[in-house]
Design a protein around this ligand. Structure first.
Ligand SMILES: [Zn+2]
Ligand SMILES: [Zn+2]
Length: 376
């Protein structure tokens, strides 16, 4: 643990703050549907933003169908409006779209081609209430959940331009972060968000790239996707914390038949598969497939993607052939870069704080409070 304490010295809370001009997130819930049903958990207003008029104030028990029609948005039983239409809950209610409740407001607008888009306009912290439990089990200790809340906050703010062309910041899937609204909230994950209010990780004055994954299998992976920016805090390191009795992904075995691989990659009859190249963390970078029509070298991430991320759980594996197929003996689950969630659990159970967890997986980053422009 000598190394660990040396690394932790670098993790400090600075008095200066990063500023950002966003505070309300736009999450694209539905991108192109023909109709939606809206309601709320209590009273709500519907406002036509074209005229800035309240077109309906009602109680949430009734569902209203909204459809794109004649260059406008028809609200069942109310009329047709140019839009966008905002569903604004009154007091503490949550707006519902297709029976799923969300904090904040819902914006229903027409897209080109008479389709409907729904965007949830939500406070960053309230968005995180609906993310943390979806990204990490609520059974994990609070210090691990707090670390998760901080990296989810940092991830959200550093990806605000991801869906800029579509008119929203983030989508609610694994492409960004899984966000399921109020139904995915729990007391403990909400506490993890509240207890880390506005905290983000930064490196040299910019938001850090807070990649995370389920389990590294004993050694995290170096940052590989591209060379943009300084990512020295995303280097491969030994992780002694994720070998946990409850973690079924720490080591795994998977057999896949040659025939299935031959079909998936359109090769000749396969005779042998081997690892072609390893990275510095011992992960397979490429595999070599020998087959009737020659040899094919395949990127292992692509291989995982095609054969299924849940079957080939990581690229940290050795393999052997059994005549008719290939058997993978692997460790870990996920890409392996950045924070190892099972490792965060192990650290929290061993008594480490969220600051120590973050300092271990992102060596050299700073923990800062983010202040939004216009905020006092
Ligand atoms: Zn996305
Ligand atoms: Zn780990």
């Amino acid at each position: 643990m000598k190394n660990l304490s040396r690394i932790l010295c670098l993790l400090i809370i600075l008095l200066s703050s990063i500023t950002a001009d966003a505070f309300l997130l736009r999450v694209g819930l539905k991108e192109s549907v023909s109709k939606v049903t809206v309601s709320a958990t209590s009273y709500f207003d519907l406002i036509d933003m074209h005229t800035n008029r309240v077109i309906l104030t009602t109680y949430g028990w009734r569902n209203y169908r909204i459809e794109a029609e004649n260059g406008g948005l028809s609200v069942e039983g109310v009329g047709t409006f140019y839009g966008p239409i905002i569903l604004a809950p009154i007091s503490n209610a949550s707006g519902k779209v297709d029976d799923r409740a969300y904090r904040g407001k819902l914006e229903i607008s027409r897209t080109n081609g008479s389709r409907i888009m729904v965007v949830n306009i939500v406070d960053l912290e309230e968005y995180l209430y609906g993310v943390v439990k979806s990204e990490m089990s609520e059974s994990f200790p609070i210090e691990a959940l707090k670390a998760q809340a901080i990296i989810a906050r940092t991830f959200a703010l550093s990806n605000l331009k991801k869906h800029q062309d579509k008119g929203y910041h983030l989508c609610p899937t694994v492409c960004c972060q899984v966000y399921k609204g109020v139904s995915a909230e729990s007391k403990i994950t909400t506490a993890a968000v509240d207890q880390t209010l506005s905290l983000v990780l930064s490196y040299e004055g910019s938001l850090a790239r807070t990649y995370y994954h389920s389990c590294c299998g004993g050694k995290t992976a170096p940052f590989i996707w591209n060379k943009q920016g300084e990512t020295s805090y995303l280097q491969s390191k030994n992780c002694p914390f994720c070998n946990h009795a409850r973690n079924s992904s720490y080591s795994w075995t998977q057999r896949i038949s040659f025939y299935e691989i031959q079909k998936a990659f359109n090769t000749g009859k396969i005779t042998n598969i081997s690892v072609n190249e390893y990275d510095e963390s011992g992960r397979a970078k490429t595999i070599l497939i020998c087959h009737g029509a020659g040899n094919s070298t395949i990127n292992t991430n692509k291989f995982r993607n095609i054969m299924g991320y849940t079957r080939v759980k990581s690229t940290l594996f050795t393999l052997h052939n059994d005549g008719q197929g290939v058997v993978f003996n692997g460790k870990g689950y996920g890409h392996g870069v950045g924070l190892c969630q099972w490792g965060a659990r192990g650290m929290a159970e061993a008594g480490y704080s969220f600051k120590e967890i973050l300092g271990f997986y992102y060596s050299g980053v700073c923990l800062q409070k983010i202040v939004f422009e216009g905020e006092k």
